[in-house]
Ligand binder design. Structure first.
Ligand code: APR
Ligand code: PHB
Length: 392
């Protein structure tokens, strides 16, 4: 039977970044992605990178376009009660963030993998994991071009997201899954209009949360909190722009550029963590193991943090035979996951309309006012937003 060292299930950011870093260390992998490259790259996702994620992408050899085209952001604004407070990320936490769409990262990684002669199986259907528990002999089967295929391997990296097959292959008795679904969603719009501000604006408003982001200085990304039962067809562009204007401070509302949406969608918000993240020869990575509400812009950055820990562990194993870092993977990854999950939850509860109760809104305003008046309080926000320092 055909064999490889690491089978990577999932060709999203986690899977391609892991495969590329393994390649850089001379470790062979095969990526199995159930959709086409075009389909994966067409998905509109987040676009805010922690500096540690930028450094990892540079280590993977895909930093050139990122550093040339990415927008460096030294801060962002909180808008509330008709006013704004800037969180000075660079000044308070010593790091900036980089605005660069996940679509671009996906494209850069796929280009790099293909240029390196990578074995990526696009449209791999019916992927199944076998023999990964204990010291079994892991193998993965799938259907490719209508033909049954199978690969033996040393390890399986489950990089196949929240709805993937990897976590679902773990026996229920071996895994604990923590989940909280928030009672609202985000309606997101992409439009080729200049952003309303050079930095991101997170707005708490009695009508609901709004976020002003961007992909470039000519392409804006906006979100408004909406009801879970809302459908995209309930939100023609005009209604979206009117609602966004209503939730921004007057000086921003007055200068908002609007235009036709080139993408519009509604996403639910959830906090989800699976423990542990390792099951014998299977390692869960990124969204396969955890989901955070997008408020803290942590999803892609947490996935990159998992890849950082796992690729170093696999590198140590293949270089020296030591399994020390492999045994430490789950504990080290989860230490960061839980802190980011807490921050994302806290920021979500602070900025969204949670009920019609006046007290809930007053408590949010009190906390936002405190953040605006207290440098240490703003520093806590800044250091969590830019990403906590890694232990090693
Ligand atoms: N077989 C093969 N591939 C699969 C399967 C399967 N059974 N199930 C899912 N996949 C693929 C998906 O098509 C997707 O391309 O796995 C990939 C998982 O990618 P993501 O869901 O993007 O997860 P991840 O790579 O961990 O990246 C996390 O993506 O969703 C955003 O907000 C998230 O920014 C974060 C980032
Ligand atoms: C985005 O640009 O898509 C984005 C930015 C910041 C967030 C979430 C999403 O917190």
């Amino acid at each position: 039977m055909a064999r490889t060292q690491v089978v990577v299930v999932g060709g999203g950011p986690s899977g391609l970044l892991l495969s590329q870093l393994l390649h850089k260390h001379g470790i062979e992998s095969v990526v199995l992605e159930r959709h086409s490259r075009e389909y994966v790259e067409a998905r509109i996702r987040a676009g805010l990178l922690e500096w540690s994620t930028v450094a990892l992408l540079e280590e993977a050899g895909v930093g050139t376009r990122l550093l040339h085209e990415g927008l460096v952001h030294d801060g962002f604004e909180l808008a509330f009660d008709g006013r704004t407070h800037r969180i000075d990320l660079k000044g308070l936490a010593g790091h900036s963030m980089l605005v660069y769409g996940q679509t671009e990262i996906q494209r850069d990684l796929a280009d790099a993998r293909i240029a390196a002669g990578a074995d990526i199986v696009w449209e791999a259907k019916d992927v199944r994991l076998h023999g990964f528990l204990g010291d079994g002999h892991p193998r993965v089967s799938w259907v490719g071009a209508g033909q049954p295929q199978e690969l033996e391997c040393d390890f399986i990296a489950g990089c196949d997201g929240y709805h993937g097959v990897s976590r679902a292959s773990v026996p229920a008795a071996h895994i604990t899954q923590h989940e909280r679904v928030y009672p609202f969603g985000w309606l997101g719009i992409l439009a080729d209009v200049p952003p309303v501000s050079e930095e991101l604006i997170y707005a708490n408003h009695p009508r609901g949360f709004a976020l002003c982001s961007m992909r470039s200085m000519s392409r804006s990304r906006y979100y408004v909190q909406c009801a879970l039962e809302d459908k995209v067809e309930d939100w023609p562009d005009e209604r979206f722009w009117e609602e966004l204007r209503a939730r921004l401070p007057a000086h921003y509302a007055a200068r908002l550029s609007t235009g036709p949406s080139i993408e519009k969608g509604i996403a639910p918000l959830r906090s989800f963590v699976a423990e542990p993240m390792r099951f014998g020869r299977l390692f869960l990575v990124g969204d396969a193991a955890h989901i955070v509400p997008p408020t803290g812009a942590k999803g892609l950055n947490l996935a990159a943090a998992d890849v950082r820990v796992l690729h170093r562990a696999l590198d140590e194993y293949y270089r020296s035979g030591s399994e020390t870092l492999l045994h430490a993977y789950s504990t080290r990854a989860l230490a960061r996951v839980w802190k980011a999950t807490r921050f994302s939850w806290w920021f979500t509860m602070l900025m969204h309309k949670l009920s019609e109760e006046a007290l809930a809104y007053q408590l949010q305003l009190a906390e936002l006012e405190y953040l605006a008046q207290s440098r240490p309080a703003s520093q806590v926000v800044a250091e969590n937003y830019v990403g906590l320092e890694f232990a090693a």
